[in-house]
Design a protein around this ligand. Structure first.
Ligand code: AMP
Length: 313
């Protein structure tokens, strides 16, 4: 197994200007694993659910080539729940409720078959749990970490310990500013990279994503969509496409990292078209390739043809 993912498996209640959904399948691990499964299989998932988690949801993950042997089922507990409301500007959302439930007592145990995974994705979950996962991995070659304001505000000391151990952090622009108390994203990026990750991705919602590496900055657009229905999980879907593609390529190079950012952006652009993981259920190679091609077209230009007047003339 090349890729092991830890994160939440959740029921989400979502309100957007276009509709609402109650107890929809969600969670960081659900989105990451589903997205990554289009590039590498099996994807090992480590997480916890309650007795109320539907067997159909687990069967769906298995149908995507996800190994759920690391998902603990606490029959007498309730699954993690999150509720959020999106503003008219879909880049803005309020968390209405976070119920940790079975997550509060979770002590992750990584199955033997997953401990030697080369790629690890620490999806959004308590940083202390992210650390416990890293403690059990044998010799991961590339560790990606995601987090959110809930943990930046509530468990920053734990998060700092995780950051010191990861290769790549994926966060959004408001989280980068929150983490550093620095409004300027370039300065915030430098400060975050000093905390540990040598690769940083800052997502800017419908304005794309920035990749920071030792070689410089790469900017990928977001796909301009007319119908954005529900942005929930877009960030996790991005992370899944990003690490899934890197696991498939097997090598961390600047070129692969840039391609992986575009793959992640393409996967996220599908995610937002429907509620929950619905838009990620029936993608085809052709649809994914077409969208990646559209990304290339979106930002490609012939710079040799741009003529500039001589200021001295
Ligand atoms: P995203 O829109 O990519 O930020 O991810 C949304 C998903 O994250 C939802 O499916 C939620 O269930 C999950 N989520 C929300 N809050 C948390 C949290 N504090 N820790 C872990 N996962 C969360």
């Amino acid at each position: 197994m090349d890729l092991c993912v830890i994160g939440t498996l959740a029921y989400d209640s979502i309100e957007t200007p276009f509709g609402s959904a109650q107890d929809a399948l969600g969670g960081s691990a659900t989105y990451i694993a589903t997205s990554a499964s289009y590039f590498t299989q099996p994807v090992g998932v480590v997480g916890v659910v309650g007795g109320d988690f539907s067997s159909e949801a687990l069967a769906f993950l298995q149908s995507r080539g996800v190994d759920i042997s690391g998902v603990e089922i606490k029959t007498d507990g309730r699954t993690f729940r999150w509720a959020g409301r999106y503003h008219h500007d879909l880049n803005q959302r309020d968390t209405l409720d976070t119920q940790l439930n079975v997550l509060a007592e979770f002590d992750p145990v990584i199955p033997e078959s997953m401990r030697n995974a080369r790629f690890v994705c620490l999806g959004n979950i308590a940083p202390a749990l992210q650390s416990k996962v890293l403690d059990q991995m044998i010799a991961p070659e590339f560790i990606v970490c995601d987090t959110m304001n809930f943990w930046i505000e509530g468990a920053f000391d734990d998060l700092r310990l995780v950051l010191a151990r990861v290769d790549c952090l994926i966060i959004n622009d408001s989280e980068a500013r929150l983490m550093t108390n620095e409004p300027n994203l370039m300065r915030a990026a430098r400060m975050i990279m000093q905390m540990g990750p040598h690769i940083l991705i800052i997502k800017k919602g419908e304005h794309g994503a920035l990749l920071f590496t030792s070689e410089g900055i790469f900017s990928a657009p977001a796909f301009p969509l007319e119908n954005i229905f529900d942005p929930t999980g877009a960030g996790d879907t991005f992370a899944g496409g990003f690490i899934g593609y890197l696991a498939r390529q097997g090598e961390i190079t600047e070129s692969n990292l840039r391609q992986a950012v575009v793959v992640g952006s393409a996967m996220a652009s599908f995610c937002v078209e429907k509620f929950s993981v619905d838009a990620l259920k029936d993608l085809t190679q052709e649809k994914i390739r077409e969208r990646i091609q559209a990304f290339k077209h979106l930002s490609h230009f012939e710079h040799e043809e741009i003529s500039i007047a001589n200021p001295a003339a």
